[in-house]
Design a protein around this ligand. Structure first.
Ligand code: PXL
Length: 278
C-alpha cells in the first residue's frame, strides 16, 4: 500500500469545530494525508467565568509531539495558534531538532470572534525564533501589518511590498493573504525573485470562521504530497475558495467553511495566477 504522507498540526483546539486543530484535521482528511495534532491551548468560552483560552502546559505539548513522532513521524508540519512566548520557543526547539521538510507557519493572532490567540510579548519570539525556520509563512493583512511594526496595508501593491519585506525575517517563501481587500480576494506569494498574485472571486458571506487555518492546512497537505510551493498555494486557494462558497452557519454566530465542498461538489474554483520576476 502507498501510505499517505504524514502531517502534524501544532495549534489550538477550537471547540466549535470550524477553526484550529479541528479545521486542520478535517482538511488533512479531505486531501488524503495522515493528520496528527499537538494541542497548545483549548479555546472555548466559559458561560460564567468568560475565560476563553485554556492553555496546555509545555510538558503536555512536548508529550504530544514525542508520541506522534515515535508512533508515526512527520513529512510536514504546520503551526497555528501558539499563544505564548514559551510555546513558540518550545515549538521552534522541536522543529530545529527535527528534519521535517516542510514547515508552514500561520502566524495566528486574532480569531474571527475576536478571541485573542497570541499574547503581545510573543510577537518578537515568533519573528526571531520560529519564522526563520519556516518554509512559508501565511499572514493575513492584519498579521502582516503587525509583523511589519504596524505598517498600514491597503492595496495589492502594499501586499507585494509586505511579502518582499517579510521575506527578510527568514522564511523561504511568504504568502500574504488579501482576504480583507475590497474587490476580489487577491493573495501575494513571494518566492525570493518571483512575485505571484492569486485571484479568486469575493464570495459574499460572513461564514469564514477558520478560513485561514483551512488554507494553511491545505498548503501543508499539498507540500507533504510533493507539490511545489507555487502549486501547493494555487491548489490550496482553490480548495478554500470552494469551501467558502459552500460555507454555512447553524446559529446566528459566524459559521464554518465547508471542508468537504470540493469532494462533495466535485469542482474546484479556478484561480487567476499571474507571476512576475523582480
Ligand atoms: O481562525 C483562527 C483560529 C485559530 N485557532 C483557534 C481558533 C481560531 C479562531 O477562533 O479558535 C484555536
Amino acid at each position: 500500500m502507498n501510505k499517505p504522507s504524514r502531517v502534524l498540526t501544532i495549534a489550538g483546539s477550537a471547540a466549535g469545530g470550524s477553526a484550529g486543530i479541528q479545521a486542520d484535521l478535517k482538511t488533512f482528511q479531505e486531501l488524503d494525508v495522515y493528520g496528527m495534532s499537538v494541542i497548545t491551548a483549548i479555546v472555548g468560552r466559559h458561560p460564567e467565568t468568560n475565560k476563553n483560552v485554556h492553555p496546555q502546559t509545555v510538558e503536555a505539548i512536548e508529550a504530544q509531539f514525542a508520541t506522534a513522532k515515535m508512533q508515526v513521524g512527520f513529512d510536514a508540519l504546520k503551526t497555528g495558534m501558539l499563544f505564548s512566548k514559551e510555546v513558540i520557543e518550545k515549538t521552534a526547539e522541536l522543529i530545529a531538532h527535527s528534519d521535517i521538510k516542510d514547515i508552514v507557519v500561520d502566524p495566528v493572532m486574532v480569531g474571527k470572534l475576536d478571541s485573542k490567540l497570541l499574547k503581545d510579548d510573543a510577537i518578537e519570539a515568533l519573528k526571531e525564533k520560529l519564522i526563520p525556520l519556516s518554509t512559508v509563512i501565511t499572514p493575513n493583512m492584519t498579521e502582516a501589518s503587525i509583523l511589519l511594526n504596524d505598517r498600514p496595508l491597503n492595496t495589492v501593491e502594499d501586499l507585494k511590498q509586505a511579502a518582499i519585506d517579510l521575506h527578510d525575517l527568514g522564511p523561504d517563501f511568504v504568502l500574504v493573504k488579501g482576504g480583507r481587500l475590497t474587490g476580489p480576494a487577491i493573495d501575494v506569494l513571494y518566492e525570493g525573485t518571483t512575485l505571484t498574485t492569486l485571484e479568486a472571486p469575493r464570495i459574499n458571506t460572513v461564514n469564514t470562521s477558520g478560513a485561514g487555518c483551512t488554507y494553511s492546512a491545505a498548503i501543508t497537505a499539498y507540500l507533504a504530497k510533493g507539490k511545489s510551493i507555487h502549486d501547493a498555494v494555487v491548489f490550496a486557494k482553490s480548495f478554500i475558495t470552494t469551501a467558502i462558497e459552500h460555507s454555512f452557519s447553524y446559529t446566528e454566530l459566524v459559521g464554518p467553511t465547508y471542508h468537504a465542498a470540493k469532494r462533495k461538489y466535485g469542482e474546484a474554483h479556478q484561480i487567476i495566477v499571474n507571476s512576475e520576476e523582480i
